[in-house]
Write a protein that binds this ligand. Structure first.
Ligand code: M6R
Length: 611
């Protein structure tokens, strides 16, 4: 998705802007650009299609001034990814430059009005309307700040904005409604960005701009106010994020790095949160909701993509351990339904980024109907994390790879802890809960053992990588793992893959099976194992090639197929944390073998902040 960086201070402006844009590359984009005011008082705008390095090559060494500047990575929504549509956009007079994240919903009406005033547009974007509107007010004798204030009150929809004005070269203005905007505070310098990743190497002291707020930077400081000029005192937060989280280290790709980080992440996720002696979980956010939790009669899980898959595993866990009715819902569907939300509903909102537009909207809808919202979020300070009633952070560290990996296993681990604690407060005995949590506690070591099989997984993947259609099957808690495996394969290797419950195959999809077709079974030993073995025979009987993720020492599985990846024995409800890892590695290897850019898959963005 789009990314914003802005800087005002005494360092080399373009270096900082370009570095910032590179940090935001992981979010997904198709063009980029920067604007700054040259000492000779000209507004310079440079834009390029494709990677940030294309922009970099258009900027000459002599362009490195201090001062104020703005930059952007664009993920096309309105208008194709061309140089004209890339940001920054300027107004007709060439005095105002803006970068914008989000969508201006009333852009058609605003454009019509501007056209009737004789304004000429140069792009197909909704964002240019913002630049033209600020310019229109400015040309009618409203000051720079006032013109921005007037404009943000006219725009409908979501935005994060950064604005420059040629006549006030030492000023930078940022504004936000519904789209993240963070202010990094340095020594007499400020860097603003839509994402911590662009700030972390400069400072750990940040301020989060809230909705309907404006920040004006000038004279080495800044002040914040609401759109209607009420002063707002902002609290400075110190963010615990290391630059190394954004570095590749010795890994070739972020996705691979993040797959290998999973044992450590899980250790961090669980650290201090499980009390093995008493078979209890310690989650501060749960304590905050102590009263509400005691009255919970129904749980709704909300999420998208991988977070939705984790939520589905959470649904199985909560029903099994806590015996609370639990439903998983796609955020994008839930937000437009007319859902029945009964009294005593707890909404568990799962999101790695904490920025996903559909999940945010679904959360607002469920809250409107009286539910209490609990967040399971990775990104500290993100919008969803700030708007839930309480919640828990994954502590998985920054996830850069577009294909979510370590966030998924951390989400499942936290949902397991949550389910166990909800169970303890109802029917679950101390012994049963303690043994469940003990098993969770040793999962990171077991996961290390699976990572040791990376080369065998590579070899196995290479045998099937030329097939264009794959099926992923599982039953019970392994069904969402099958869905997740299929999603991983399609999003980075562009191979068509479908996940489904193994028993559903006979209701139609079995017609697809032909000799040689790869069919991945997520089949660790559990109470449904015999039934899964029968499903496997249905596939092999029709010539399908079964790849099985099974428990170590499963002799029957060895008789049925040559293609197996063994995972250590564990509590069956926790097996998704292990069984997903070979699927992540298979997807990674398949993408590499097919020659794709694993970390920047086509058409995808890391966080989907628009509808
Ligand atoms: O940041 P979120 O967890 O809310 O993101 C949800 C999905 O967009 C995300 O999981 C997406 O499906 C990933 N690319 C999957 O790898």
């Amino acid at each position: 998705m789009c990314g914003i960086v802005g800087y005002i201070g005494q360092q080399s402006l373009l270096d900082i802007l370009l570095q910032g844009l590179k940090r935001l590359e992981y979010r997904g984009y198709d063009s980029s650009g920067a604007a700054w005011i040259e000492p000779g008082e000209a507004l310079r705008v440079v834009r390029a299609v494709g990677e940030v390095r294309h922009l970099e090559s258009k900027v000459s060494e002599t362009d490195c001034y201090a001062g104020a500047g703005i930059a952007h990575t664009r993920w096309a929504t309105h208008g194709s990814p061309t140089e004209e549509n890339a940001h920054p956009h300027t107004d007709q007079s060439g005095k105002i430059a803006i970068v914008h994240n989000g969508i201006v919903e009333n852009h058609d009406a605003l454009r019509e009005t501007m056209l009737s005033h004789g304004v000429r547009f140069t792009s197909e974007t909704d964002s240019e309307v913002v630049a033209q509107l600020i310019g229109y007010y400015y040309s009618h004798n409203h000051g720079f700040e006032e013109s921005v204030r007037k404009t943000v009150q006219k725009i409908e929809g979501a935005f994060g904005l950064a604005v420059l004005c040629l006549d006030e070269p030492d000023k930078l203005i940022a504004a936000r409604r519904g789209s993240s905007m963070i202010i990094g505070i340095g020594a007499a310098e400020h860097i603003i960005a839509s994402d911590m990743a662009a700030i972390v190497q400069h400072t750990s002291r940040v301020v989060h701009l809230d909705d309907n707020e404006i920040a004006v930077f000038a004279d080495g400081g800044f002040h914040t106010s609401t759109f209607d000029r009420q002063h707002v005192d902002k609290e400075i937060e110190v963010v615990d994020m290391e630059v190394q989280e954004m570095e590749l280290g010795h890994f070739e790709h972020y996705m691979l790095k993040e797959i290998h980080e999973q044992p450590r992440c899980l250790h961090d996720t669980l650290s201090g949160r499980i009390d093995l002696r008493n078979g209890r979980a310690r989650i501060a956010g749960l304590e905050e909701l102590h009263r509400e939790i005691a009255k919970v009669r129904q749980i709704v899980m909300l999420g998208c993509g991988t977070a939705w898959h984790a939520g589905m595993i959470g649904q199985y866990l909560i029903e099994e351990l806590a015996r609370i009715p639990c439903d998983i819902q796609y955020s994008s569907e839930f937000r437009y339904r007319n859902p029945l939300v009964r009294e005593g509903t707890l909404a568990i909102v799962v999101s790695q980024s904490g920025e996903t537009a559909d999940t945010l909207a679904a959360m607002e809808e469920v809250r409107l109907r009286g539910a209490t919202c609990f967040g399971i979020i990775n990104t500290v300070g993100s919008r969803i994390s700030r708007e839930t009633d309480a919640g828990v952070y994954l502590r998985a560290g920054q996830e850069v790879g577009v294909a979510s990996t370590k966030a998924f296993t951390a989400q499942v681990a936290l949902l397991a802890v949550l389910a166990a604690e909800l169970g303890r407060r109802r029917h679950l005995s101390m012994d049963r809960c303690a043994s469940f949590l003990e098993e969770l506690h040793v999962i990171p070591e077991k996961l290390e053992r699976i990572l040791g099989k990376a080369s065998a997984i590579r070899e196995l993947t290479s045998r099937f990588v030329d097939h264009d259609h794959w099926l992923y099957l599982g039953r019970g808690v392994n069904f969402p793992v099958a869905l997740e495996g299929a999603l991983k394969l399609k999003e980075i290797s562009y191979i068509h893959a479908e996940g489904m419950p193994a028993a559903e195959m006979k209701h139609g999809p079995i017609a697809l099976i032909e000799p040689g077709m790869p069919v991945v079974f997520v089949a660790p030993r559990d109470h449904l194992h015999q039934k899964v073995l029968a499903n496997i025979q249905e596939v092999t009987g029709r010539g399908g090639e079964v790849i099985a993720i099974c428990t170590e020492g499963d002799r029957r599985m060895r008789e049925l197929t040559d293609h197996i990846i063994e995972i250590p024995e564990t509590e069956p409800m926790l097996s998704p944390i292990l069984s997903v890892v070979p699927l992540q590695l298979m997807a990674y290897e398949a993408a590499l073998l097919r020659g794709h850019n694993v970390d920047k898959p086509r058409n995808l963005a890391k966080s989907v902040t628009v509808e």
